[in-house]
Each structure stands twice: as structure tokens, then as C-alpha cells.
Write a protein that binds this ligand. Structure first.
Ligand SMILES: Cc1cc2nc3c(=O)[nH]c(=O)nc-3n(C[C@H](O)[C@H](O)[C@H](O)COP(=O)(O)O)c2cc1C
Length: 461
């Protein structure tokens, strides 16, 4: 059984992806079997140098040896190894320009060149939000997969949900490069991307194609089922897909931009996000003001509700807010959220502040939003305040500086029902995801909680 699993994996994930290996394997057999190789003039196979032959032989020996050794372990252990193996490539990514490294990571995930989580999530992490079943509360925050290129691969890594975007109505380049800066010592990033986006049409086409393919698969496997009014999985298969909407830099009518996003993309989304908190689009954060936010949410809700929806109804609507808000700002946002029955808030986006120890870093002077570890305290205190202001009536997604299960747990205790991360994933890669989930499960069990829901807001009571 385990032998079959290991060789099936090698066949599916490794061997078929290295097509030149077909030629190489012929070369291998030509040199290492008793059959003499064809004379060079008649052979269509290119002749390799001695060094090439040794390399080819060594690679194949490693693959065969590795496969044979792997065949002695069970699937869960094998899966754990694969995740750990990704740590080997992390240092190479660190040498690359941050945007190039990011591009490579998205392309790899889009091609499925990432480990697939085959182990079931700890049952204590499963929860139900908006009538949907999440296998775990850990999501990938917006900005990583801006154009929805790698949803399937990213969900396969083990996230409970993935949020794509921010997507703008019309394609735009974003700010000039360089616009992403790594503050490695602080586990932080400063970015001023400015909504680089392929636009709603390109993203709709991509999501539409993925959606169609999944529907076909589902008819044969029925992977998304409904029971007791709760849908298992979402529009992206077993995981949940959020679509985060932005506005174009030069657009004069922000509300119309978000409405356009809703019309084009909401059919593919399990939830929608109005992002009014990026610090890199001039004037955007002003949309968080009481009157502006109220008008915007009303228009977007109306646009969503007037569309035709099946049994499941329209996707929930969330607003993503900044961590740089005064008490009064937060009170206004909470009042709007409660009055308009908003389905959720994401707290938070990046900060324009430079908390210690970031201030000492030469890169701290770069303009843009700061994310990662130094954002944790600020975003968690805003989360807690919002939970209190909304009296625990609205699901909150806690985001900002999560890099461990303990961090995720603190967000949940501060009032988050779901959590998201970005920066720690950019540094830690796929191996971080199973680690955070296992740590979070241990934290819950250690403190006697039987579910995530029980722990939500524990620090606010
Ligand atoms: C390079 C980069 C690009 C981002 N782009 C977006 C975006 O397009 N839309 C958005 O809502 N948030 C965006 N974010 C913010 C993240 O979604 C998240 O809110 C923030 O980074 C805090 O989480 P973290 O500390 O785990 O990274 C971006 C963050 C980074 C680092």
C-alpha cells in the first residue's frame, strides 16, 4: 500500500514534470545496461558529457532510492516529510528579489508544485461560519494570489480558506518597482504595491474556468455536499474562496468600482471583501469614514442582492479595515456594521506606523504598509476593541503578524472566528501551515476548549 502511494506520488508529482528526464532515462539505460548504445550518427538521442551522465545517474539513483525508502513509511509520515522538505528551498528564495520570489512562489503553486496536505485537520479546528464548513480557521490573506492563479494549489497546502485579490475593475500596473521590501530581522515586510491587478475580467475568466472544471469533477465525485443546512467546502472545492475587491487608482467613483467587482466576481466567491484599508491607493482609507462607509456598503449590498442567487443565497459581505484607526473611527465602523448587518470584518490590513523595533531598520523609511510580526500587537488590540464594540455579533477575521499557533490562538481569544496570514507564509513557506494548525489545536486543548467557537472572545469576557 505504502509502496504504491510513494511510487504513485513520484509518478504524478515528480517524474511527469521532468519531461527531459524521458530522454535522460533512455540515456541512463544506454549507459548502464548491457545493451550497447546506438552509434551517435544514427541515434536521435543527444550524447551527454561524462559529467552529465554522472549527474543523470545520481539524480535517478536518488529518485529511485528515495522512492524505495519512502515506500517503507505511511502516507502521513511521507506527507510530513514533503512539507519539511520545502524548508530546503526557502533560503534560495531569500536571495531573490522579493517580487521575483513571490512570482516564483505563485507560479509554483499554480502548477501544483507544492506539497498537498493529505492528513485530515485536527477535528477541534473544524468550524461553521456563514453556513459553511471550514476544516480549519487558518486562511491565506489577500495580496498573495492577487489574480486567482493558484487557488487550488494554495488550498491543497492546507489553508482552510484562501482570499484572492485585491482585484480592480480595470487592469493596472500598480506602483513602480521596487515596491516590496523584506525586513528579515523583524519578520516583516513593507509594501507599496498599489493594487497591481489583472482586473476583474481576467480574474473572472480564470475563476470561471476553474469553477467549470470543478463542477465537472464534482459530478463524478460529489465533493461539495450539503447536510443539515451546512455546505461542506465551497465554490473552490473542499476549501473556501474569498474574493477581495479594490478600486482603480484613477477612478473618481469608488462605489461604482466596488459594484462592478460584485457584478463580475461574486458568483465565484464564497465571501466578498470590500477593501477600504490599503495605504497605497490615495484616498482609499477615507472610505472607512462613517458616512462614506455606510453609503458604500448599502450600494454594494444592493448590487449583490439584486443578482439572481440559487438556494445558497448571495455570498456574505465583509469589510477589511486598517489598524491605524482612532477609537472614534472604530465606533463608527462598528455602528455601520451592526446597522447594515454586515457579515464580517477583517482586522486588519497593513499599518503605516513603524512600531519598535522596525524604526531602527534602514528600510523603515520606505513608504508603504508594514506587515508581519511588528503588526501583531496593534492589529490584535484593534481586533479586541472591535469585538467589544460589535458585542460579538459579527464574525471577525483576525489578521496581522500571525506566525505561530499561539499567535492564531491569541487572535481567537481576542475575538476572531477565523484568522489569516501573509508575511509569515512568505518567509516560512508551506511547512508553516501544518505547524500552526497543530500548535493551535494544542493551545485549545491545553486550555480546555472543545472547539474554536468556545474560545472566540475568551479574553473579552
Ligand atoms: C506584498 C503584500 C501585498 C498585499 N496586498 C494586499 C491586497 O491587495 N489587498 C489586501 O486587502 N491586503 C493586501 N495585503 C495585506 C495582507 O492581506 C494582510 O492584511 C497584512 O499583510 C497583514 O497580515 P500579515 O502580517 O500576516 O502579513 C498585502 C500584504 C503584502 C505583504
Amino acid at each position: 500500500m505504502t509502496t504504491r502511494v510513494a511510487f504513485k506520488f513520484l509518478k504524478e508529482h515528480v517524474l511527469h514534470k521532468i519531461k527531459p528526464g524521458v530522454a535522460a532515462s533512455r540515456q541512463f539505460s544506454a549507459h548502464f545496461s548491457s545493451v550497447p548504445p546506438l552509434p551517435p550518427a544514427r541515434s536521435k538521442i543527444p550524447q551527454f558529457s561524462k559529467k552529465g551522465r554522472i549527474l543523470t545517474g545520481a539524480t535517478l539513483s536518488l529518485l529511485i532510492g528515495g522512492g524505495a525508502y519512502a515506500s517503507t513509511v505511511d502516507e502521513a509520515t511521507f506527507c510530513g516529510w514533503l512539507f519539511n522538505a520545502t524548508k530546503i528551498v526557502n533560503p534560495f528564495f531569500a536571495f531573490l528579489d522579493p517580487e521575483v520570489a513571490h512570482r516564483l512562489a505563485v507560479s509554483a503553486a499554480a502548477r501544483g508544485w507544492v506539497p498537498r496536505e493529505k492528513r485530515p485537520d485536527p477535528s477541534i479546528l473544524g468550524l461553521e461560519v456563514w453556513g459553511r464548513r471550514f476544516s480549519n480557521p487558518l486562511g491565506l490573506a489577500a495580496g498573495f494570489d492577487k489574480n486567482a492563479e493558484a487557488v487550488e494549489g494554495l488550498l491543497a497546502v492546507g489553508f482552510g480558506f484562501v482570499e484572492v485579490g485585491s482585484v480592480t475593475p480595470v487592469p493596472q500596473e500598480g506602483n513602480p518597482k521596487p515596491r516590496i521590501f523584506r525586513l528579515r530581522n523583524e519578520g516583516a515586510i513593507i509594501n507599496r504595491c498599489g493594487f497591481n491587478s489583472e482586473g476583474i475580467v481576467a480574474v473572472a475568466k480564470r475563476l470561471g474556468a476553474q469553477h467549470g472544471k470543478r463542477k465537472l469533477d464534482e459530478t463524478s465525485t460529489s465533493s461539495s455536499q450539503s447536510s443539515g443546512g451546512v455546505t461542506h467546502g465551497g465554490k473552490a472545492g473542499p476549501g473556501i474562496l474569498g474574493v477581495n475587491l479594490g478600486k482603480n487608482k484613477t477612478s473618481e467613483d469608488a462605489d461604482a468600482d466596488y459594484v462592478q467587482g460584485v457584478h463580475t466576481l461574486s458568483q465565484y466567491a464564497d465571501y466578498l471583501v470590500i477593501n477600504v484599508s490599503s495605504p497605497n491607493t490615495p484616498g482609499l482609507r477615507q472610505l472607512q469614514g462613517r458616512k462614506q462607509l455606510k453609503d458604500l456598503v448599502k450600494k454594494v449590498q444592493a448590487a449583490r442582492n439584486e443578482m439572481q442567487w440559487g438556494e445558497e443565497g448571495p455570498p456574505p459581505l465583509l469589510v477589511k479595515i486598517a489598524p491605524d484607526l482612532s477609537k472614534q473611527d472604530l465606533e463608527d465602523i462598528a455602528a455601520v456594521a451592526l446597522a447594515l448587518h454586515l457579515d464580517g470584518l477583517i482586522i486588519s490590513n497593513t499599518t503605516i506606523s513603524r512600531p519598535d523595533p522596525v524604526r531602527e531598520d534602514p528600510l523603515a523609511k520606505e513608504s508603504g504598509g508594514l506587515s508581519g510580526k511588528p503588526l501583531f500587537d496593534l492589529s490584535t488590540s484593534i481586533l479586541k476593541e472591535t469585538y467589544l464594540l460589535t458585542k460579538g455579533k459579527i464574525p471577525l477575521i483576525g489578521c496581522g503578524g500571525i506566525s505561530s499557533g499561539e499567535d492564531a490562538y491569541k487572535k481567537i481569544r481576542a475575538g476572531a472566528t477565523l484568522v489569516q496570514l501573509y508575511t509569515a507564509f512568505a518567509y516560512g513557506g508551506p511547512a508553516l501551515i501544518p505547524r500552526i494548525k497543530a500548535e493551535l489545536a494544542s493551545c485549545l486543548e491545553r486550555d480546555g476548549f472543545k472547539s474554536i467557537h468556545e474560545a472566540v472572545g475568551a479574553d473579552c469576557r
